[in-house]
Design a protein around this ligand. Structure first.
Ligand SMILES: O=C(O)c1ccc(O)c(O)c1
Ligand SMILES: [Mg+2]
Length: 630
């Protein structure tokens, strides 16, 4: 498969864009005219610069408002085209994208347009060039790829072909199956983009909200299956107009783009094995069975304070690492690791972020296959020096600085706690508060990183992304979306902070980067847990009494239940499927916290309606600097 990306898709000047695109592994670029015009180098230099990066120019675009014009505008359009042909020859590319006209004087008529394209095809052929016609979703007369195809078919010229763009087809809800009837050799080029489903003007939606395949809600896989069925084997090119990407990190966006294409073609191949798909082999998406461990990097004093907090939460020390300064705390199926090593990865993470989650272990069916898939999708594998008797646990780097390990039951990996840790004597009395497993991890990040994390999880694992929800914080809005496996065993919430005044935003700023901000622990009996926690000396996040008065008004709950919720500072929500109870710890470190939850019935959410009251309570407890006030 030949991968390509339009220069308009990422930030930077042309040089920065090329470096990022080449580093991400693309084969080619679409030169977006603006990027070329803004660059102060001759077309030949640009062509050479592109090729020096090991890239080819797959296409030059856009050529606008060409077809259906009355004279003398028509002649002028041909003159304009000839000038662009000059530029293309200097650049060293043979294909130009003509997008359907939005010119106020453009006249309709499929044959009129076909005649124009036949003539343009003749002129292009004289120079060894080709012309591709793309239906813009908001074109004046042509706004459907089926009409653009009819124009191309009637133009009947070997140098005139069709350009398909997933956004224009899917954004207009045109059935992509109609593409299957088009002969593959008449499809000159394919542009791919996804987008979140938002009701708005097509042009505005397209120019500001496109994103990488898999990051949005459009059925780009269905579109691409139809394209592949035509026999098209040309470049697969990302054309992403996105406000955030224009201002984002060129490297990160290019890496996401390349990953999105590999993932897309992997999906296409799996959905329709009969298709000829030339894409790298990789294991299928990985089923994750939950979180095996969460590891904190800490110094000695922080480790002691965290240990004290864990004790009030019902955890007990369960192991000491055979050779490292690493301790294991356990309750139910939950493993919390505290790493105070003076060197190695955890120490570097601590030096940069302070007390923080530096590593997350996931339970998977096959740890080696997980790393193989992640690696095939461009993730970095992670290794660090092992001591004697230590296991080689497969790992990758996450999007931020964090590391993710994978544990399976195929090998010794699941026995890591027995193999690498010496058991310690359990304390008496047993602090166990009935916490059974990790319900979810909440990662906090800058808003711009959310799509990157979304693609990271959904491309590697068998998980789906839930719709975005707004979390209202007194300091601004935090956008949140869950990544979940179908059975709910793996749940991760991604929280994107736009303002540093939110509790989440301060966490990102104060800990220098995205990381797990809270760990939610499940109980089967929130009230029994709350009673035991109180006996353990646990201090809950105090919730405003007004919340409970409102709760009684919102839900038909018995008075004594509301009173018990109030007494224990437990928050409550219902979603039609079931109910949800939430109890929070006070913040620690740079704004981390623990949450205790109970899901009843089929409650599927994360208590978003309660978030304003939880964040207000957290903000009340902490100074503006983000350090808990005690
Ligand atoms: O928004 C536009 O004008 C525009 C231009 C060229 C394209 O290929 C496209 O899909 C959109
Ligand atoms: Mg396009």
């Amino acid at each position: 498969m030949k991968t390509s990306i339009a220069t308009v898709s990422i930030a930077g000047d042309l040089r920065e864009k090329l470096a990022a695109i080449a580093a991400a592994g693309f084969d080619g670029i679409e030169i977006f005219e603006q990027d070329f015009i803004a660059f102060d180098g001759a077309p030949r230099e640009v062509g050479a610069m592109v090729r020096d990066h090991g890239l080819e120019i797959t296409l030059f675009q856009p050529f606008r408002d060409f077809e259906g014009l009355p004279e003398p505008l028509r002649m002028r359009a041909f003159d304009r085209a000839e000038r662009k042909f000059d530029v293309m020859q200097e650049l060293g590319t043979d294909l130009i994208l003509v997008c359907s006209s939005v010119h106020p004087e453009a006249m309709g008529g499929i044959d009129r347009a076909a005649d124009d394209f036949r003539e343009l095809g003749e002129r292009a052929a004289a120079r060894g060039l080709r012309v591709g016609y793309e239906a813009l979703a908001w074109g004046k007369h042509v706004f459907d790829h089926r009409d653009a195809w009819e124009v191309v078919r009637r133009a009947d010229h070997p140098n005139v072909g069709l350009i398909l763009d997933s956004f224009h087809t899917l954004g207009r809800k045109i059935d992509p199956e109609s593409i299957r009837r088009i002969p593959g050799d008449k499809v000159f080029f394919v542009q791919l983009a996804d987008a979140p489903l938002i009701e708005m003007d097509l042009l505005y939606w397209s120019r500001h909200f496109r994103n990488m395949p898999g990051e949005g809600d459009l059925d780009v896989t269905g579109f691409m299956r139809a394209v592949a069925a035509t026999g098209y084997a040309g470049p697969l090119s990302l054309e992403i107009f996105n406000d955030q990407f224009r201002g984002g990190s060129p490297r990160a966006i290019a890496v996401d783009g390349h990953r999105s294409l590999l993932y897309l073609m992997d999906q296409v191949r799996r959905a329709e094995p009969a298709l000829q798909v030339d894409a790298p082999a990789m294991p299928p998406r990985i089923r994750a069975d939950g979180v095996e461990f969460v590891e904190f990097a800490a110094d000695a004093a922080e480790a002691e304070a965290l240990g004290a907090l864990l004790t009030t939460l019902g955890f007990a020390p369960a192991g000491r690492h055979i050779s490292k300064q690493v301790s294991l705390w356990r309750q139910g199926d939950i493993n919390i690791v505290i790493n105070t090593e003076p060197e190695g990865f955890a120490h570097s993470a601590w030096a940069l972020h302070g007390l923080s989650v530096c590593d997350v272990g996931l339970r998977v069916e096959d740890a080696a296959a997980t790393v193989e898939r992640a690696h095939a999708l461009g993730a970095q594998t992670f290794r660090q020096a092992r001591g004697e008797g230590e296991l080689d646990i497969p790992a990758i780097r996450g999007v931020g600085a964090g590391v993710m390990h994978f544990v399976d039951t195929k090998s010794d990996l699941a026995r890591v706690w027995e193999i690498e840790f010496d058991a310690v004597v359990p304390p008496a009395p047993d602090p166990d508060a009935g916490l059974t497993r990790i319900d979810h991890l909440a990662q906090t990040m800058n808003y711009e990183e959310m799509l990157t994390w979304t693609l990271f999880y959904t491309s590697i694992f068998e998980v789906e992304k839930a719709p975005m929800v707004d979390v209202v914080d007194p300091g601004g809005l935090v956008r949140s979306r869950a990544i979940e496996s179908g059975d709910g065993r793996l749940r991760v919430t991604l929280n994107g902070a736009e303002s540093h005044r939110t509790f989440a935003g301060r966490f990102v700023a104060d800990s220098y980067g995205s990381s797990v901000q809270h760990v939610a622990l499940a109980t089967d009996d929130i009230f029994a847990t709350a009673e035991k926690l109180a006996r353990n000396g646990f201090e809950a996040l105090p919730i405003s009494p007004n919340y409970y008065d409102d709760l009684a008004a919102r839900f038909p709950l018995p008075d004594d239940l509301v009173e018990r919720l109030r007494r224990h500072h437990i928050l409550y929500d219902e979603d039609g499927q079931g109910s949800y109870f939430q109890l929070y710890s006070r913040p620690f470190g740079e704004g981390m916290f623990f949450e205790i939850v109970q899901r009843q019935g089929g409650y599927a959410g994360y208590g978003a309606p309660n978030a304003p009251y939880r964040t207000a309570a957290q903000q009340r407890l902490t100074r503006p600097g983000g350090v808990p006030r005690d």
